[in-house]
Design a protein around this ligand. Structure first.
Ligand SMILES: NC(=O)C1=CN([C@@H]2O[C@H](COP(=O)(O)OP(=O)(O)OC[C@H]3O[C@@H](n4cnc5c(N)ncnc54)[C@H](OP(=O)(O)O)[C@@H]3O)[C@@H](O)[C@H]2O)C=CC1
Ligand SMILES: O=C(O)CCC(=O)C(=O)O
Ligand SMILES: [Mg+2]
Length: 736
């Protein structure tokens, strides 16, 4: 019999798991459903790859690798919570905490000097960035707001900042010489191997990546971003933000695009602090500042300098703030800017949050201000520009009436940009980069200059076929128009359009409204429809999947945490992601400061219900189906009765919300008549929970307002964390 695998991750979702998982285990125990946890937290992933540095009893299995294998098997049933996709500063933080707790994992070598250090760095580089999702996502994605969630949002709209037609907020993106403009793409008629070779100006060649296989029908593309063009673009944007008196902000995905985007981020830091880097460049190099890790790294490294030198650099940094444009802040109280850490501003969440806030971001005075949103590569920037223009023209969207935009996303087998990390290079010298096949044919070639970022992406044929099928299935099931967001003028998209047109013929599309529109046109079409209350499925590649499944949910229902997020695995299993958002580091801070966790586990409730349903089918276990249906009904009741977590200490939080879910889930099970044993079991549990409501809420709310201690961030003390997350003796006793 298969099991349900529950992932243990990081930060807010992992805290929530410590409260919710014991509830789930208590509810499914009598139905023959086994739930096993697998630890894919950042800390566990580090420990798993350094057994040779650890004591025997400190070693942990590589749960991520195990799950990656499981995801390719039909029995897979995995509930995947959001995890940290670590930037270098986060990775270093986790290493430091592990070391302080007696785990002798090595330091991260910035510049490896020998083979041992090279090996260490390469092990860490596999953990860095988005290292979990691409391994588990052996299928394409199906994300949507369930009807109950959408209806709740219509009746109880979240706040939505008004848009003024004279807002100065705008998107700035490169007009040429970026990934979008330099892209070349081919579809391979037969399987082959390719290698990536750099040839310098004197004809010397360096193999950037040795021969690797390409399958028949696979789409490959290559492109590059010119460093010179990027730097001059960034310089212009800094000056323009200053002239216009608006904030300078940078939006990218330093976590998921873990090789290219930190480099671009580094150029932005240098552009904004140009005077500092020009004046102190030599010292900055000497103390080993890694500008790609942000201003935070510079501020940390200058502590090593003599006091007067440090003060001089700090004074020049402050002068830049005075003379340059105001900069968007991540935390104005603490003086953390948009350029401090590459993982603090992640485009999928940051741009929608800005659009929801009238196109404004926080300035250093803690006030909202219009902003220039710099999105260097122009491949997808137009989607945000079009959305902003739409809001300027029509005013903000109205959550009480707007339609919904479910997404069918191509992501299996590391599709497109999000699989490009092992094929992305910062170019060492002028010359060319070529992709050469087995027979010696050059498939794609680019002229490059020192510092350019060159990358290659792969998109396999089977995932494309599966994606087209999923799109047709969703369009049919929901009777909703579906738009493929593909641009015939972009090399990669042109290849995909041919395939989409071919594979659509494999399906009955009679009566369906299926279209192919370039992203900007698709945005306008979709925005016009949602304004009129109409729904439109977006069928997109991997990056737009990521962007749109935060953009529309945040506008429609206030957060992507409330999304149903399913990955039907290509080999028959199911991966059930909990919501579409991240791990909300600031929620942990609030728990530590005032013992209140405002994380909303709604996505987890939705994911568990579909996982139980899938389990019921695969294992012929009708009880699992009853449990799943009852959970869905309980979730709906939770929404109706407004028992989601509040943002304020002293009020219902994540833990209290879990109590209500348990109460409603037990009541639904007590009220059903399909299974007498479950009914009998849950009648008494429901009665006990209802009778103890006041006592339990008291126990849950009275502890709030004071700091809590879980002794750690990346690897908290298990006992402390569990007791902080399960503070109600009455509730625990009933569950027990
Ligand atoms: N699937 C995955 O594993 C993903 C992981 N990540 C990782 O998460 C971290 C943070 O990423 P970030 O881009 O800041 O995005 P988050 O989604 O974590 O945070 C953005 C904001 O969204 C709101 N929010 C998101 N989820 C919830 C929830 N369940 N309950 C209540 N509010 C929620 C919060 O806003 P507020 O409190 O103001 O309401 C939060 O501060 C990074 O380490 C990133 O790598 C990011 C995306 C997906
Ligand atoms: O893997 C990650 O880092 C982020 C994933 C994400 O944002 C998404 O899939 O929506
Ligand atoms: Mg995302």
């Amino acid at each position: 019999m298969s099991k349900i695998i529950y992932t243990k991750t990081d930060e807010a979702p992992a805290l929530a798991t410590r409260s919710f998982l014991p509830i789930v285990q208590a509810f499914v125990k009598s139905s023959g459903i086994e739930i096993e946890t697998k630890d894919i937290s950042l800390a566990a992933r580090i420990l798993a790859v350094f057994p040779d540095f650890l004591e025997e009893d400190q070693r942990v299995p590589d749960d991520l690798a195990l799950l990656g294998e499981l995801a390719t098997k039909p029995e897979a049933n995995i509930i995947k919570l959001p995890n940290i996709s670590a930037s270098i500063p986060q990775l270093k933080g986790a290493i430091k905490e592990l070391q302080s707790k007696g785990f002798a994992v090595p330091d991260y070598p910035n510049e490896p000097e020998n083979d041992t250090e090279k090996d260490i760095k390469s092990r860490y580089d596999k953990i860095k960035g988005s290292a979990v999702n691409p391994v588990l996502r052996e299928g394409n994605s199906d994300r949507r707001a369930p009807k109950a969630v959408k209806n709740y949002a219509k009746k109880n709209p979240h706040s939505m900042g008004a848009w003024a037609s004279d807002s100065k907020t705008h998107v700035a993106t490169m007009q040429d010489h970026d990934f979008a403009h330099n892209e070349k793409s081919v579809t391979l008629p037969e399987a082959t191997n390719v290698k990536i070779v750099h040839t310098d100006a004197s004809g010397n060649t360096t193999t950037l990546k040795d021969s690797f296989p390409i399958l028949k029908g696979e789409v490959i593309d290559a492109t590059c971003m010119s460093k010179k063009a990027l730097v001059s673009f960034l310089d212009e944007q800094v000056a323009d933000a200053n002239d216009k008196g608006i904030l300078f902000s940078l939006h990218m995905k330093g976590t998921m695009m873990k090789v290219s985007d930190p480099i671009i981020f580094g150029h932005a830091v240098k552009a904004y602090f140009k005077d500092v880097f020009e004046k102190h460049g030599d010292v900055i190099d000497e103390i080993g500042v890694n500008v790609n890790s942000g201003l935070g790294n510079l501020l940390e490294r200058i502590n090593e300098l003599p006091a007067d030198k440090k003060a001089e650099i700090e004074a020049d940094i402050n002068a830049t703030y005075q003379n340059g444009p105001a900069i968007a802040m991540v935390n104005s109280d603490k003086g953390i800017t948009n350029l401090h850490v590459p993982s603090d501003v992640i485009i999928d969440a940051s741009m929608p949050a800005m659009i929801r806030t009238s196109g404004r971001m926080w300035n250093a005075q803690g006030e909202l201000q219009d902003t220039k949103a710099v999105i260097p590569d122009s491949s997808y920037a137009g989607v945000y520009a079009a959305t902003i223009d739409f809001c300027k023209k029509n005013g903000a969207f109205d959550p009480t009436t707007m339609g919904t935009v479910p997404n069918v996303g191509l992501m299996a087998k590391k599709a497109e940009e999000y699989g490009s990390h092992d094929k992305t290079f910062e170019i060492a010298s002028n010359g060319k980069v070529s992709v050469i096949d087995d027979a010696g044919n050059t498939l794609m070639e680019h002229t490059v200059e020192t510092g350019d970022i060159w990358r290659m992406c792969q998109t396999k044929d089977a995932p494309i076929q599966d994606w087209v099928k999923l799109a047709v299935t969703r369009a049919r099931a929901s009777q909703t128009p579906a738009v493929f967001w593909l641009n015939e003028n972009r090399a990669h998209d042109a290849e995909l359009i041919k395939k989409v047109n071919t594979y659509l013929k494999d399906h009955d599309t009679e009566g369906l409204d299926l279209r192919i529109l370039a992203p900007v046109e698709a945005t306008i079409f979709t925005c016009e429809r949602i304004k009129e209350g109409k729904d439109t499925i977006s069928v997109t590649g991997n990056v737009l999947r990521d962007y749109l499944t935060d953009l529309f949910p945040i506008l429609e229902v206030g957060t992507s945490a409330k999304m149903l997020s399913i990955v039907p695995l290509m080999n028959g299993g199911g991966l059930f992601e909990t919501g579409a958002g991240g791990s909300a580091p600031k929620h942990v801070q609030q728990l530590l400061e005032e013992n209140h966790l405002r994380w909303d586990s709604l996505g987890e409730f939705l994911a568990l219900a579909v996982s139980l349903d899938h389990f019921a089918g695969v294992n012929d276990n009708p009880k699992a189906k009853i449990l799943g249906d009852a959970l869905d009904d309980a979730t709906e009741k939770l929404l109706e009765n407004k028992k989601g977590p509040s943002r304020k200490a002293g009020e219902l939080d994540n833990r209290g919300s879990h109590f209500y879910l348990s109460l409603y889930w037990a009541q639904e099970l007590a009220n059903q008549d399909k299974d007498a044993d479950l009914k009998a079991e849950f009648i008494s549990i429901a009665e006990k929970l209802a009778a103890s409501e006041e006592a339990i809420l008291n126990e849950l709310n009275s502890i709030q307002g004071a700091p809590s201690n879980i002794d750690g961030y990346y690897i908290p003390n298990e006992e402390l964390a569990s007791s902080v997350m399960r503070p109600s003796k009455t509730f625990n006793t009933i569950l027990g």
